[in-house]
Design a protein around this ligand. Structure first.
Ligand code: 6R9
Length: 658
């Protein structure tokens, strides 16, 4: 990209933290200065929040950059940190997980229960021949056994590779093969949209293509019939019969913890590798700092799936290492009704909620009256992750969910970063709707131009990370070169310029006049209209700021006159008449609305009113597929698409010229 990204959208509203929250916040403003004064000592201090069986000798070794080592010589056990130590501290009876199944069945799991289950699972894995360094695939619905399985792997030093329960045979098989997994942990099925959804048949087909698999451990969740093979073992006949005593042994700080495959827009998925000490340090600290967790009184709920990095760091490792009480929910937000999320918040008196912009926009579409039916007064901090949150969605979240005073923490991070990197601190930051604000203490994010020079306030460019951080990826499984090429060859030493290694995140960003950071989406999605770089995020936010719009996705389609032209796919809010002439009128109104907000250059060539948008299971809009539609191409890879029928609907609407 030759020019910097253009900044069109401006936002002036700010919301300081409520005074009581600020006064009592876990992390205060001084943390930034402390981290600036001595970054390594700052992270060492956060590492001391954990239990180490052997202290480290050196905080960071960056001599073999871009391969980092943190807390060298230190030893710890992750499961001990997430479970045993809370029981030993007298909190065995404390609820770790309030689990809510989609059909309404529930389970209450204390830290003592969790310790027994994790110990049993660790004993079973060991009996099945799984040892430290082996890889285990986990393909489960959102049931407590998913967390138990991950912790059991961590406890014995085996790497888990969690694969989304919605992924296909191919997606599962390629991931098993890439990491040579020895074991798969799965279930007969889970509940989705009011009915059982089978998992075992997918595993059977995948395992048939994966000779490395020795055993398949199957949790009984739905009770539906399954085909049984000689590798299959029931969880309740093995794990639940095993001894519940297991001594956790400490592993080296750099012992590998897990592999998680990123969806990746092109090519084969990348197996992102994380290790032990640094990962847990940052996952734990950021959860404590950004959610201001008070383990005695808070009830935390992260709505992500465990198959996404957000589920790893902020359902399993962060909250459990901090001794949190949390809610875990199996199903979809509209089963059996569209108030389900708010019903759960009300029922468990959730105080800290972590969800994704896609869900917030869906709730906006369903209408304000739905959250209004529930008592949401327990909520004190609201988190967002996964995509830029449009200012209007941010305001809606604050008003209709956060009763106009719960701080919103918009957290930017990636599978690769392992934990949050850019986010407000709820007791410190006066936040702006739509901005992730500032790098967290100890993190050095910056926005740079093509020459890797920091852009001035008001400028836009590429998001980079200038210094190593504890939970950074340690590589791509089995592909060192791709690791260097993808993240380290765009800027800095890896690009042959200067001495510093600079991590390229792949996102566009801008700094506003105060230096606050605004994420603008993936650099690959930036549009080039008549020579101007325009970010999809800003046009989408302009559309969502119109009262008739719930959600929008924008792509640049090839255009003979302007190079690329803006094509927008827009979901009207629930109460809007978008049929026939009313729809045509709305389209014209929206085109003019964008032109007025952002300038005539950003006026969409075409707007389509649609009922749904193609999304990944973690809620990211798949703009690549919409671009195929806008340019009349046949669709590319759809294996990570949540609902494939969506694309048929959109394509047929496009052909009909709607
Ligand atoms: C945690 C997670 C990473 C990509 C990232 C960026 C987008 C995530 C965001 C955000 C703007 C935020 N992203 N959080 N963009 N604001 N608060 O989502 O990991 O699935 O690996 O995706 O998601 O584009 O580069 P992952």
């Amino acid at each position: 990209m030759s020019e910097t990204l253009e900044n069109l959208y401006s936002e002036t509203r700010t919301f300081p933290p409520p005074a009581e929250l600020a006064a009592d916040a876990n992390v205060q403003a001084g943390a930034y200065q402390q981290a600036d004064d001595n970054r390594e000592e700052f992270w060492a201090q956060q590492a001391r929040r954990l239990h180490w069986a052997k202290p480290w000798d050196q905080v960071l070794d960056w001599s073999n950059a871009p391969f980092a080592k943190w807390f060298l010589g230190g030893e710890l056990n992750i499961a001990y940190n997430c479970v045993d130590r809370h029981v030993e501290a007298g909190h065995g009876d404390k609820v770790a997980i309030h689990w809510e199944g989609e059909p309404g069945d529930t389970r209450t799991i204390t830290y003592a229960d969790l310790l027994r289950s994790v110990s049993q699972a660790a004993n079973t894995l060991t009996e099945l021949g799984v040892t430290a360094g082996d890889r285990v695939a986990i393909y489960l619905p959102m049931i407590p056994e998913a967390a138990v399985a991950m912790l059991a792997c961590a406890r014995i030093g085996a790497l888990h590779s969690v694969v989304f329960g919605g992924f296909s045979v191919d997606a599962l098989a390629t991931r098993i093969q890439d990491a040579d997994c020895k074991l798969v942990i799965t279930a007969d099925g889970g509940y989705r949209r009011g009915k059982p959804s089978a998992l075992k048949p997918t595993v059977d087909e995948a395992v048939a293509q994966c000779p490395s698999i020795e055993h398949v451990l199957v949790v009984r969740r739905t009770g539906e019939d399954v085909t049984w093979g000689d590798k299959d073992l029931w969880w309740h006949e093995t794990v639940e019969q095993a001894s519940d005593k297991h001594e956790a042994r400490a592993f080296d700080s750099e012992h590998p913890l897990f592999i998680l495959y990123t969806s990746g827009t092109t090519g084969k998925p990348k197996g992102i590798l994380h290790t032990t000490g640094g990962y847990l340090t940052q996952a734990s600290y950021t959860h404590h700092a950004v959610f201001d967790l008070k383990p005695e009184t808070d009830v935390y709920w992260c709505t992500a799936d465990i198959g996404w990095v957000t589920g790893h760091s902020y359902i399993v490792y962060g909250p459990l290492s901090n001794g949190a009480t949390q809610v875990m929910y199996e199903g979809t937000p509209d089963t059996p009704h569209r108030g389900r999320f708010w019903e759960i918040v009300d029922k468990y008196k959730v105080s800290l909620l972590y969800t994704a912009p896609t869900l917030i926009r869906t709730m906006m579409k369903w209408g304000d009256d739905i959250p209004a039916k529930y008592d949401l007064s327990s909520l004190r901090i609201l988190g967002s992750v996964g995509e830029p949150i449009n200012p209007e969605a941010w305001m809606w979240y604050r008003e209709h969910v956060g009763h106009n005073n719960a701080p919103i923490v918009d957290t930017w991070w990636q599978t690769e970063t392992g934990a949050m990197m850019i986010s407000p601190l709820p007791g410190v930051t006066a936040s702006k709707p739509g901005s992730a604000m500032t790098p967290l203490p100890g993190i050095s994010a910056d926005v740079v131009n093509d020459e890797a020079e920091s852009v001035p306030d008001g400028g836009g460019g590429f998001l980079v990370l200038r210094e190593p951080w504890p939970s950074m990826l340690r590589g791509i499984w089995g592909d060192e070169q791709r690791f260097k090429d993808t993240y380290w060859s765009r800027f800095g030493k890896g690009a042959g310029v200067g001495d510093a290694w600079i991590y390229f995140a792949g996102d566009g960003a801008k700094k506003d006049a105060d230096g606050s950071l605004w994420l603008l989406g993936r650099v690959d999605d930036v549009m080039l209209i008549s020579g101007h770089n325009i970010s999809t995020t800003e046009v989408e936010s302009a559309l969502v700021s119109h009262p008739s719009v719930a959600e929008a996705a924008v792509v640049g389609a090839t255009d003979p006159t302007t190079g690329q032209a803006i094509v927008a796919f827009t979901i009207p809010r629930g109460n809007v008449d978008a049929s026939g002439d009313a729809g045509e009128k709305l389209i014209q109104e929206l085109r003019n609305h964008v032109a007025k907000k952002l300038g005539p250059i950003a006026k969409p060539r075409q707007i389509m009113l649609v009922a749904e948008l193609p999304k990944t299971r973690s809620g990211k809009i798949m703009r690549r597929l919409l671009k195929d539609v806008a340019e009349n191409r046949s669709l590319g890879d759809v294996t990570t698409l949540q609902d494939s029928a969506v694309m048929d609907l959109i394509s047929s609407g496009m052909q009909a010229g709607k």
